[in-house]
Design a protein around this ligand. Structure first.
Ligand SMILES: [Zn+2]
Length: 259
């Protein structure tokens, strides 16, 4: 009997596509990923956030335009996943705390009413954690720092993103490091957020990352009883598109689990 050759089975990468959106105060990011989590499209669209119907309509129009221009075809779109600054409800349908963008009360329906696709809402720092978990499935536990114009955090434990009581897990940005420090948007003083301003980050971004990590490692190890090794600090590689890509992976993971 003729032996059958072993064949590697590979999913057609762009059989399905997920769209990720990253909302910020003055712009939004739009990306598309394939079933391997590879970014096949990324763009930044300047549009100041405003909690009014025409804003949501414009975002939806840009999404539809992106799908049409790239000829993805409606039937291949798994869904639109939106990463936002602010904490979401546990059912991912609304923002329960959105002081940075002033979007408390924003709902997934604000977008989905203009879109013929499933939509999902996620806290941007938890989306960033999703992307790191995707890229590093071996990560058992980690603290994620999303160093954007504002700072965000997330906790990975047992290979999962910890949601926390009322979805508040990982909000390290409001840890007080100096009670007499600058006023934070949350109303308290000296939060970690106030020491990670865009200016200070821009300054540090001028330094090579490798040097930065060595310095960071030295500082951590000089003040902690538990020594970290260099490979305990991972630096994200997707830059400003991190939350949008991480958000889109929600639909990729959902699809892969269904096949
Ligand atoms: Zn604060």
């Amino acid at each position: 009997m003729e032996k059958r050759k072993a064949q590697a089975i590979r999913i057609v990468p762009d059989l399905k596509i997920a769209i990720g959106i990253g909302l910020l105060k003055d712009m939004f990011h739009i990306i598309a990923v394939d079933l391997y989590g590879t970014t096949i499209y990324a763009d930044t669209i300047p549009l100041p956030y405003s909690n009014i119907p025409s804003y949501y309509e414009q975002v939806a129009a840009a999404i539809k335009e992106c799908i049409a221009r790239n000829q993805y075809g409606e039937e291949r779109i798994l869904g639109i996943s939106i990463a936002t600054q602010g904490i979401t409800s546990s059912d991912h349908t609304a923002v329960t705390y959105g002081t940075i963008m002033n979007n408390t009360g924003m709902t997934v329906e604000d977008f989905s009413q203009y879109l013929p696709y499933p939509c999902h809402l996620e806290h941007d720092s938890k989306s960033a954690a999703c992307l790191e978990l995707w890229n590093h499935p071996e990560l058992d536990s980690a603290v994620i720092f999303l160093l954007n114009k504002n700072m965000g955090g997330a906790i990975i434990t047992n290979h999962q993103i910890h949601q926390g009581s009322s979805m508040h897990s990982g909000t390290i940005e409001h840890m007080c490091v100096n009670p007499d420090g600058p006023l934070c948007y949350c109303g308290n003083r000296g939060c970690l957020e106030t020491y990670c301003s865009a200016d200070s980050l821009e300054y540090s971004a001028g330094l090579p990352v490798a040097e930065d990590i060595d310095y960071l490692l030295k500082r951590i190890n000089s003040s902690s009883p538990f020594t970290l090794k260099k490979d305990h600090i991972l630096v994200g590689v997707h830059g400003q598109y991190t939350p949008a890509i991480g958000a889109a992976l929600f639909y990729v993971e959902q699809f892969l689990q269904s096949v």
